[in-house]
Design a binder for this molecule. Structure first.
Ligand SMILES: *Cc1c(COP(=O)(O)O)cnc(C)c1O
Length: 322
């Protein structure tokens, strides 16, 4: 198994940049997780750095995952496996066969893609793992989207980076916004906050900060439950003591109908941010969540606050729309 030197050390902290454009009555900053220097970056790269450590501990020769082969997640996992000299096998829903830049990259990394109907995903994964094992191969399965404790852990670390940055600059963010999909990003940020509160013995400043996940697909009921389950899984025995319902804000008000859907207003905002800030955003996650954040601030009459938006990546998707 080959090493990825970048993942052998803790990741360097990603830049936090102030935005210059006029986006209403608040001061906006963006944490550029899209600049994590592996495979076009993003939250899947941050998560992959943790999965890398898990894989390194084991005797593995094939990395498996589930997801659309046009997804950011599959791109990063296929790239990581290729860099480690391991095979990569992706189980992909046959319903979504869009060919995007990510699809081409997954091909370039030499991953094998097995499609199945969405309704048969669980059986297909099980069957493939058993087949590999029968052949004497040693598979490691990564849940779709990089869900699970390593994924959560990666955003606990991101939260620590944010606190470190605030301390250094003397700036306190009243809100942290981000695109919420499978929920690991949000679970990590919330766990980061809860653990920090424990350390600081319920420091009022950390507690007053709100972390808001803008759902890009899921409805509030299910979306919240999944994030909460990940928080419970990560905190384990400490969950009952540390968890508070009001630390988990997940809104489905800005989904525009569901996964992948967007409006002309979102497109116009993406163009404005690219022109004004030089920051690319995609329509499925980051552009939509950034738009959702501006609506949320307006709908809740929030002003004169310091706001951090986490850019979770998806840069190849930007070019699909050009
Ligand atoms: C996957 C993804 C998300 C959502 O992250 P989750 O941890 O699944 O909630 C947000 N932004 C981008 C660009 C993504 O690829």
């Amino acid at each position: 198994m080959k090493q990825i030197a970048l993942f052998e050390k803790p990741l360097e902290i990603t830049p936090v940049v102030p935005l210059s454009g006029d986006y209403g009555a608040n001061r906006l900053y963006m944490k550029r997780d899209d600049m994590i220097p592996f495979s076009f970056g993003g939250n899947k790269a941050r998560k992959a750095a943790e999965f890398y450590k898990e894989i390194k501990k084991k005797d593995i020769d094939v990395v498996m995952t589930y997801g659309s082969n046009s997804s950011n997640h599959c791109r990063i996992i296929a790239n990581m496996a290729a860099a480690m000299g391991l095979s990569c096998h992706i189980i992909s829903p046959e319903e979504n066969r869009e060919i995007l830049y990510n699809t081409r990259l997954v091909e370039q990394f030499g991953a094998s893609v097995e499609t199945c109907p969405v309704s048969q995903v669980a059986e297909t994964i099980d069957r493939r793992i058993k087949t590999f094992e029968k052949e004497g191969r040693k598979p490691y399965f990564i849940t779709g989207g990089g869900h699970g404790n390593p994924g959560t852990e990666s955003y606990v670390k991101a939260y620590e980076e944010i606190e470190g940055w605030e301390k250094e600059k003397g700036i306190h963010f009243d809100y942290i916004f981000h695109a919420s999909g499978t929920g690991a990003t949000q679970a990590g940020l919330v766990c980061g906050q809860l653990l920090s509160e424990e350390k600081l013995q319920k420091d009022a400043e950390s507690r007053s900060r709100k972390i808001v996940g803008i759902s890009i697909a899921r409805e509030e009921g299910r979306g919240r439950e999944v994030v909460k389950d990940s928080i419970r899984e990560y905190l384990g025995g400490r969950f009952e003591k540390l968890y508070r319902e009001d630390a988990l804000i997940f809104t489905d008000k800005y989904r525009c109908g569901g996964y992948g859907a967007y409006t002309d207003e979102i497109k116009a905002l993406i163009d404005k941010v690219m022109k004004q800030e030089g920051i690319p955003m995609d329509t499925t996650y980051v552009g939509k969540a950034f738009w959702g954040m501006l609506q949320y601030l307006r709908d809740n009459q929030i002003d004169n606050k310091k706001i951090l938006f986490i850019h979770t990546g998806g840069t190849p998707l930007y070019f699909d729309r050009l």
